[in-house]
Each structure stands twice: as structure tokens, then as C-alpha cells.
Design a protein around this ligand. Structure first.
Ligand code: CUA
Length: 313
């Protein structure tokens, strides 16, 4: 069965993933069996009882008591068994262990923001230690999103004005993709995050120093990386085309008309303000929908983004 499992589903990354897969495969097998049985006997009967002569009359058959009881009772028993199996693994998936690393998740158009117990915040990227249960407490700042990690076999809606939660127990080191599974506007398909499952040691190292690879990267290159990973690309194009936000092409040094009638020369300070307090000044013709990145970028990362925008000529 393992080849079928790897053909149909991504490699399991959490403790209860294989339980979900087993149940799924069982239901699939039962459905396949009955599909073949019904479609097969239907085809056979069509052929076997076809009208052979023009004057042949169909015999009158009213019913068959034993057969009717059998095809009502057998499916009932199967469905009841599936219900208990499903309920059991649903409860296992819903009720987490008491001791878990708790991470706050905020969905907003169109990024995922994470906050650790110590106050550290990240965008579209998190690190979690292997072999330790993690619980996500989630809410949305605007519309309904849905937190979906296929390899962990978890999915849960993320709603405004309410908390939902889910937990999982990562069993292997690796990188997992997290998606938004509820249509939330034009940037829905860009609402991706990466979950890095790392050793306890690496996790502590990351907590202390962040991603060390980024520390020595040239500013403009780091800016490009942040532009792609922090959801900027969803609304700000690089080729001059219009999206939810102004394009970054040739923006540096240009003069922009604002909604309130004033005009602004795009310089370092204006870009900084636009990233940290996007609602402060809105370019004419655009909606004030950009979320703030206050507290989500280190000083060097801000400089990197500004540097990257400067290179977009
Ligand atoms: Cu958020 Cu779709």
C-alpha cells in the first residue's frame, strides 16, 4: 500500500498524518470495490438481458426481499464503522497535548504573520523544532483565510474576530509548504508560507540570530528575497503593470500624486514610511489595503528593501 500512498499524497510530516492516510485509503478502497461491483454488474445485465427478438416481452419482477435487506444493511454497517474510525482520528487531530509550543498566526491579504511566545514575529516563514508538538492560534485581520499544510494533513479556517486553533507533531526535519485554502482575493494563490522543521539546536540558533545566511547577503539581493517572501510581489509589480499597489518600476525619485491632493517625491524616508505605516499617505487612485510591516522587519531588512526598490529602474 505504501507505493499507492506516496503516489496519492505528499510524504507525511506529522504524527497523525499516517492515520489520516489509512482512513482515506480505506474509504478509497471500499468505494473502488463498490464502483467496480456496480458498474460491472450493470454492464453484465445490460448485455445478458438485452432484447433478442422484436416480440420479446420483459418479464414482470416486483421485488426481492433478501436482496433489498442485504443492500440496505451492509452499507449501513460500513458507514457506521467509518463514522467511528473517522470520529476517532478527528478527535486525535483536534485535541492536542497540553505541552505545546504556541504560535500566534494572523492571516491578512495576502501574507501570513507569525508571532512566537517571546514576541519574535516573522512573515511567511517559520522555524519549529522537530519532535515537539506545536499549536497555532489563528485569526484574520480582514477576510476569511484558511491555514492548510498538505504534508501535515491539517487545514483550518482563519476567521476575523475569532480564534481557531490547530496542532501537529512534526516527526521529521524538512521544509513544508503552507497554503491559503479559502479564496480571499486576487493574491490568494500568493499566500504561501514555508515551515522549516529543524533540530532543537538549529531552532535555538535561529531564535538567537535569525537566518545567518541573510546576514552577509548584499542589501539589494536580500531586498529581492524579502520582496518575494514577504508578499510584496503580490501587489507591487516590477514591470510597471498596475496591481493593487503602485508598481516599483522607476518609482525611486519619481513624484507621486497623493489622494489628498499633495504630491510626494519618493525617497528613502517615504519608502520607509510606506512600509511601516502604509496608511499614512495613499497614492491617488489606490485603495488603502496594505498591511503594516512594523515590527516585522529588522533595520537591515528595511534598508535592503529600499535598496532593492532603488535598483528597479
Ligand atoms: Cu488567504 Cu486565500
Amino acid at each position: 500500500m505504501n507505493w499507492l500512498r506516496s503516489l496519492l499524497m505528499p510524504a507525511p510530516g506529522s504524527a497523525y498524518a499516517s492515520e489520516v492516510d489509512d482512513l482515506f485509503l480505506l474509504i478509497l478502497a471500499i468505494s473502488a470495490f463498490f464502483f467496480l461491483l456496480i458498474a460491472g454488474s450493470l454492464s453484465y445485465f445490460v448485455w445478458r438481458y438485452r432484447r433478442r427478438r422484436p416480440d420479446e416481452i420483459t418479464p414482470h419482477i416486483s421485488h426481492n426481499f433478501k436482496l433489498e435487506v442485504a443492500w440496505a444493511v451492509i452499507p449501513l454497517i460500513i458507514v457506521v464503522i467509518l463514522f467511528f474510525l473517522g470520529f476517532n482520528s478527528y478527535m486525535n487531530a483536534r485535541i492536542g497535548p497540553g505541552e505545546a509550543l504556541e504560535i500566534q498566526v494572523r492571516g491578512k491579504r495576502w501574507v501570513w504573520e507569525f508571532e512566537y511566545p517571546d514576541g519574535m514575529r516573522t512573515v511567511n516563514e517559520i522555524y519549529i523544532p522537530v519532535n515537539r508538538p506545536v499549536r497555532f492560534i489563528m485569526t484574520s485581520e480582514d477576510v476569511i483565510h484558511s491555514f492548510y499544510v498538505p504534508s501535515f494533513r491539517v487545514k483550518m479556517d482563519v476567521l476575523p474576530n475569532r480564534y481557531t486553533s490547530l496542532w501537529f507533531h512534526p516527526v521529521e526535519e524538512g521544509v513544508h509548504t503552507m497554503l491559503c485554502a479559502e479564496y480571499c482575493g486576487r493574491g490568494h494563490s500568493d499566500m504561501l508560507a514555508r515551515i522549516h522543521v529543524v533540530s532543537e539546536e538549529k531552532y535555538r540558533e535561529w531564535q538567537e540570530q535569525g537566518d545567518v545566511r541573510l546576514g552577509s547577503m548584499p542589501l539589494a539581493e536580500l531586498g529581492r528575497l524579502l520582496y518575494d517572501s514577504h508578499g510584496c510581489a503580490t501587489c507591487h509589480s516590477l514591470d510597471g503593470s498596475r496591481r493593487e499597489g503602485p508598481s516599483l518600476k522607476g518609482i525611486f525619485g519619481a513624484t507621486h500624486a497623493m489622494r489628498d491632493g499633495s504630491s510626494v517625491v519618493v525617497d528613502e524616508n517615504y519608502l520607509r514610511e510606506s512600509i511601516l505605516e502604509p496608511q499614512a499617505r495613499i497614492v491617488a487612485g489606490y485603495e488603502a489595503i496594505m498591511p503594516t510591516y512594523q515590527g516585522l522587519l529588522r533595520e537591515r531588512e528595511l534598508a535592503a528593501l529600499i535598496e532593492f526598490i532603488k535598483t528597479q529602474k
